[in-house]
Design a protein. Structure first.
Length: 85
């Protein structure tokens, strides 16, 4: 899923947990405040927030190896890309 407008709050929280990163650390990396990230993650459905802030958080997660996509039922799914390091 390349469209950050479809990423849900639960996907953001799950992706962060999958990476083992705290809210403060992710917020700092994405250049948003921790309360802003917390509100995004607490959103019902699509992550709420200023588009540039949501895009920044999604970009940081994707750079860390997270892939966002939806299955045929529209449920949010994430996965951690295999990294060749």
């Amino acid at each position: 899923m390349s469209d950050f407008n479809q990423v849900t709050g639960r996907q953001l929280a799950a992706a962060r947990a999958l990476l083992g990163v705290g809210q403060v650390e992710l917020a700092t990396r994405a250049n948003v405040s921790a309360p802003t990230l917390r509100r995004m993650e607490d959103s019902d459905g699509v992550a709420k927030g200023m588009k540039n802030n949501v895009a920044s958080v999604v970009a940081v997660l994707q750079a860390a190896g997270i892939e966002f996509f939806n299955n045929d039922r529209g449920d949010g799914i994430i996965k951690l890309r295999d990294r060749q390091t």
